[in-house]
Write a protein that binds this ligand. Structure first.
Ligand code: ADP
Ligand code: MG
Length: 185
């Protein structure tokens, strides 16, 4: 079992619903146990036009190898209609591997820790929300990079659920148990 962190982002279509459905989709995999989900954040696009993004980070435990986890991320992106017309194009879903245990991978099609992890408030802030003492392999404490991204616009979304008990149980969310697109296999 390896603990991994995935970064989720969307700025096309019903981004909030897509992120929630993606978490359900991950949880439905028999190879994955979802351990926690950060709050949802509204963030400014970086190096791109288009609408604001919604982002969150999911912490999970998995029996998948990192390569199989990447393949699953691509499959789920496709399931939610991801297209790549040009670099940094608006997207229905972006699913990136931020961390995979303490592994460091530097290959043409896979870099872990994610290369822009420490430069992007939209992944750093939710990561530190989930794990305030998180250590990034070869880079040190995640929270040490927060000051450098303080200028990037990021706003924590209020949960539509006002019940403190449910929010505590659900990590600040009240997502439904079903995806709107049916079972994600
Ligand atoms: P973005 O860099 O904006 O996330 P894409 O989602 O289109 O762009 O990803 C482009 C490629 O980045 C993927 O096809 C994948 O092979 C590669 N990649 C490298 N490292 C990672 C990672 N840690 N997580 C996800 N994709 C990665
Ligand atoms: Mg990506």
């Amino acid at each position: 079992m390896t603990v991994a962190y995935l970064g989720l982002g969307a700025n096309l279509g019903d981004a909030r619903q897509t992120l929630k459905d993606t978490v359900v989709c991950l949880a439905q995999q028999h190879t994955i146990t979802v351990l926690a989900r950060s709050s949802l954040y509204r963030t400014a696009p970086i190096d791109a036009g288009g609408d604001d993004y919604l982002n969150c980070v999911v912490k999970l435990e998995t029996t998948l190898t990192v390569r199989h986890l990447l393949a699953l991320c691509h499959k789920i992106e496709l399931h939610f209609g991801r297209e790549r017309p040009f670099r940094n194009a608006p997207r229905t879903l972006d699913l990136d591997i931020l961390l995979y245990g303490d592994q460091v991978i530097d290959e043409s099609d896979l870099s872990v820790p994610h290369p822009r992890l420490t430069e992007r408030a939209f992944v750093l802030v939710p990561l530190v929300e989930l794990d305030p003492d998180l250590i990034i392999p070869q880079r040190g404490r995640a929270d040490a990079f927060l000051a450098a991204v303080a200028e990037q616009r990021i706003e924590k979304m209020k949960s539509p659920c006002q019940c403190p008990v449910l929010n505590a149980l659900g990590g600040g969310s009240n997502e439904s148990a079903q995806t709107t697109k049916g079972r994600c296999s």
